[in-house]
Design a protein around this ligand. Structure first.
Ligand code: GLA
Length: 659
C-alpha cells in the first residue's frame, strides 16, 4: 500500500518542473508544503528531455528534482514518458506513427503519436522504462510507478494488420473457423488467406460486427501487452508498485477488468462532463467503477481538475467547494487519496488553459485556497487508509457488450452503452445506495440486487451465471435489448434473450420495435418509455405493466418471475427517469437494500468506509443549505462533534474507535 510509505492518504498531482525555472521551483517547494502535498507525478511527458537522442540519456535534471522533492517531504509517482514520443523518434521511425481508419498517417506535433503495435515503438518504450527503473528503482522518494498515460491511441496501419492476423490465428486456428465466426458468407466477405484480413479500415458502408468486435478485443490485448512489458522491465529493477492511469468513460478501448488484473494499484483520471449534481453523480459513477475494477481493494484517483478543462463541452469551471467535495467523493468510495492534473498551470503549451492546483493567478487565488483546504482535509483522513466499501447492488459491466453495442447496423442509433450504465447507476445514486460494477460471469451472490442495463452481448456462461444468481435468491433486473447476441455477436435464435436467461425471466422476446426519435409509449401503470419497445410474451412471468399504445397494446412491457429462491424482472423499454427511479426504489425495497444513512434529503451523498475496528461515514452536502444529521457524531475534518453538514460542505464521521 502506498499509503504506508506516504504516512497517510495521497494528495498532490502531476508535476512538470521542466516548464519552469529555479525561482518557481523554490516557490513550488513552499506551496507544496503549505498545501500538504505528499505525492507528485513526475516525468509523464518528459521523453524528449530524458532521451534527447536515441539511446543518449540525460537524467541529471530529474535527479535534481527528485532530490528536491524528497528533501521537501514529497514522494514521487515516477512516470514512463511513453505517451509522448519526441520528434526524433517519429522522424527515425515514421512507420511507428499512428494511421487512422481512412489511411491518414498522423505526425508529431501533439501527443500520443505512436502506434502501439509498431516494433520500434515497443522497443523504445521498454528501453526508456528500463533505463528509468535501473536509475530510480530504489530511490527513497519513489512511492509508485506510473506507466505511460491513459493508453488510448488506436491504429489501423500495416504493423497493426500483421499483429491482428497473429491474434486471429491464435484465436481461431483456421480460416474456416474465422469465416464462420464472422459470418463472411454474407456480402461475399469470405477470406481465402490470412493476408486478405485487414484492420476494420474506412469502408463503404456497415462493417462486419464480428470483425469490429474482434479488433476491439485485439487492440485491448495489445494495450495490456504494451503495459505489462513496461511493468516487467520496471519490476526487474524495482519493488515499488506499478500502475497505469485509466480513463473510466468509454474513451479508451480497453477491457478494464483485464488491465486491472495487471496493475498493483488501480488508478483513474476523472473529469466530470456536466456541472452541479450531475458532476457529483458522475464522480460516484467513476469511483464505483474504479473500486470494482480494483476488486474492492483500495485504488487511487490519479487526476482530476481544479476547475476548467479545455476542449468543447468539457469547459466547466468548478463551483466553490467542489474541489473538496469531489476529492472526498472519490475517497469515500475507496480512493487512497486525491491527485490532480496538474500542480502548476502551464503558461505555454497545448494545455495552458487547463486548470491546475496553482493557477496562472498564483497562490493568492480562490483555487489555491481551496486546494490548501482540501490538502488539509485529506491530511486529516489518514486513518481511512486501507479501509473498504461494501455495496449490496451491482450493475453489470462487460467490455464485449460495450464493443458489440458499437457495431454498425443495430436497430437504433440511440443505444449507447455507457449512457445506459450511467442511467442505472444514477437511479441507484439518487436512492442513496452504493453500487458496485460486476462482470456478468463474476460471482454475484454477495449482491442483493443485480441490474443489467445494456447487456447486448452475453456469453453462454454469463447467461447461465445470471440464471444461477436469481435461482439462488438474488433479485435480477434485465433491461431491453440484453442477452441478444452470443460471444461471436451472432443473434440468439428461437426468441431472445439467451436461453438460460429467458428461462430465468420467464419470458420470450419475439421482436424488437425501436421507437422513433421523440416518440413516447404509455404503459398500463401510468409510466412511459422512449427509444425502444419489444413484443414479448410471458411464459412463467407475471406482467406488472403492459403497453397501452399502438401495435403492442396489451403486450407485456415490465414483467417479474419467481426463479428458484429469487426473482427476475424484465423491462422492455427505456422508462422515463422518474418512472425508472420508481422501479429501482421498488426493487431496492424488495431486495432489502437501504440507503447508507437514512433520512438524508436528495442532493446529500453518504458513503461508508469500513475498517477493522471502526467505520467512517463520509457525508457530502451538494445542496445550497445546511442539512441536519440524524445524530451528532465526531467529525474528523473539524476534530469535534457535528450535528449538521454546512451548505456545500462535507463531514467525515467516525463510528467506533481507531485501534
Ligand atoms: C488527461 C491527461 C492529462 C491531461 C488531462 C486534461 O487526464 O492524462 O495529461 O491532458 O487529461 O484533462
Amino acid at each position: 500500500m502506498i499509503t504506508g510509505r506516504l504516512g497517510g492518504l495521497a494528495f498532490g498531482g502531476d508535476y512538470n518542473p521542466e516548464q519552469w525555472d529555479e525561482q518557481v521551483w523554490k516557490e513550488d517547494d513552499e506551496l507544496m508544503r503549505a498545501a500538504g502535498v505528499n505525492l507528485a507525478t513526475v516525468g509523464v511527458f518528459s521523453w524528449a528531455l530524458l532521451e534527447p537522442e536515441e539511446g543518449r540519456y540525460d537524467f541529471a535534471w530529474l535527479d535534481a528534482h527528485l532530490e528536491r522533492l524528497h528533501a521537501n517531504g514529497v514522494h514521487v509517482d515516477l512516470a514512463t514518458p511513453t505517451a509522448s514520443p519526441p520528434p526524433w523518434f517519429t522522424l527515425a521511425h515514421p512507420d511507428a506513427l499512428p494511421v487512422t481508419p481512412d489511411g491518414t498517417r498522423l505526425t508529431h506535433g501533439s501527443r500520443d503519436t505512436y502506434c502501439l503495435t509498431s516494433p520500434a515503438y515497443r522497443t523504445a518504450a521498454r528501453r526508456i522504462a528500463s533505463a528509468l527503473a535501473e536509475r530510480y528503482g530504489d530511490h527513497p522518494a519513489l512511492a509508485l510507478w506510473h506507466v505511460h498515460n491513459e493508453y488510448a491511441t488506436l491504429c489501423w496501419c500495416e504493423h497493426t494488420a500483421a499483429a491482428f492476423r497473429v491474434w486471429l490465428r491464435a484465436k481461431y486456428g483456421s480460416l474456416e473457423v474465422l469465416n464462420a465466426a464472422w459470418g463472411t458468407a454474407f456480402w461475399s466477405q469470405r477470406y481465402g488467406s490470412w493476408e486478405q484480413i485487414l484492420p476494420p479500415r474506412a469502408t463503404q458502408w456497415h462493417r462486419n460486427p464480428g470483425h469490429t468486435l474482434d479488433f476491439s478485443r485485439f487492440f485491448s490485448d495489445e494495450v495490456i501487452a504494451a503495459y505489462t512489458e513496461q511493468r516487467d522491465a520496471i519490476r526487474a529493477h524495482s519493488d515499488r508498485p506499478v500502475t497505469t492511469n485509466m480513463m473510466v468513460p468509454g474513451y479508451q478501448n480497453i477491457d478494464l477488468w483485464a488491465l486491472s488484473r495487471e496493475v498493483d494499484l488501480v488508478s483513474i483520471d476523472h473529469y466530470p462532463d456536466a456541472p452541479g449534481l450531475d458532476a457529483a453523480a458522475d464522480t460516484a459513477f467513476a469511483a464505483d467503477r474504479a473500486r470494482s475494477f480494483a476488486g474492492g481493494k483500495p485504488w487511487l484517483l490519479m487526476e482530476q481538475g481544479t476547475s476548467t478543462v479545455y476542449g468543447g463541452d468539457r469547459v466547466l469551471a468548478k463551483q466553490p467547494g467542489e474541489i473538496l467535495r469531489h476529492s472526498l467523493a472519490h475517497i469515500a468510495r475507496g480512493s487512497e487519496g486525491a491527485l490532480f492534473f496538474q500542480w502548476r498551470q502551464s503558461k505555454a503549451g497545448a494545455e495552458q488553459w487547463h486548470s491546475a492546483m496553482v493557477p496562472h493567478a498564483g497562490p493568492d487565488s480562490r483555487v489555491f485556497r481551496e486546494v490548501r483546504e482540501t490538502g488539509a482535509a485529506v491530511g486529516r483522513l489518514g486513518e481511512l487508509a486501507g479501509s473498504t466499501v461494501t455495496a449490496h447492488v451491482a450493475v453489470l459491466h462487460d467490455s464485449d457488450a460495450w464493443w458489440a453495442l458499437n457495431s454498425d447496423g443495430l436497430p437504433s442509433s440511440e443505444l449507447d452503452y455507457h449512457s445506459a450504465l450511467r442511467r442505472a447507476h444514477r437511479a441507484l445514486w439518487d436512492a442513496g445506495v452504493v453500487t458496485d460494477f460486476a462482470h456478468p460471469e463474476a460471482e454475484l451472490s454477495r449482491y442483493r440486487l443485480v441490474v443489467a442495463p445494456a447487456l447486448y452481448l452475453l456469453s453462454d456462461a454469463g447467461a447461465e451465471n445470471l440464471r444461477r444468481y436469481a435461482e439462488n435468491g438474488g433479485t435480477l433486473l434485465v433491461q431491453h435489448f440484453s442477452g441478444v447476441v452470443d460471444s461471436l455477436a451472432h443473434a440468439r435464435l428461437g426468441g431472445y434473450p439467451a436461453a438460460p436467461l429467458r428461462e430465468a425471466l420467464g419470458i420470450r422476446v419475439e421482436e424488437y420495435r425501436p421507437l422513433a426519435r421523440g416518440e413516447r409509449i404509455s404503459l398500463s401503470d401510468g409510466s412511459h418509455g422512449t427509444t425502444w419497445s419489444e413484443s414479448l410474451r410471458t411464459d412463467s412471468a407475471e406482467t406488472i405493466a403492459a403497453y397501452t399504445d399502438g401495435a403492442l397494446a396489451g403486450s407485456p412491457a415490465l414483467t417479474t418471475n419467481r426463479c428458484g429462491a429469487g426473482t427476475a424482472w424484465y423491462l422492455s423499454t427505456r422508462l422515463d427517469a422518474v418512472d425508472y427511479a420508481g422501479l429501482v426504489a421498488e426493487l431496492l425495497e424488495a431486495a432489502g437494500v437501504r440507503p447508507v444513512l437514512a433520512g438524508l434529503p436528495p442532493g446529500v451523498e453518504a458513503v461508508t468506509r469500513d475498517g477493522e475496528e471502526c467505520r467512517w461515514h463520509v457525508v457530502l452536502n451538494h445542496r445550497a443549505e445546511p442539512v441536519s444529521l440524524p445524530s451528532a457524531a465526531h467529525d474528523l475534518l473539524t476534530g469535534g462533534p457535528v450535528g449538521e453538514v454546512p451548505a456545500g460542505g462535507c463531514v467525515v464521521l467516525r463510528e467506533g474507535t481507531v485501534p
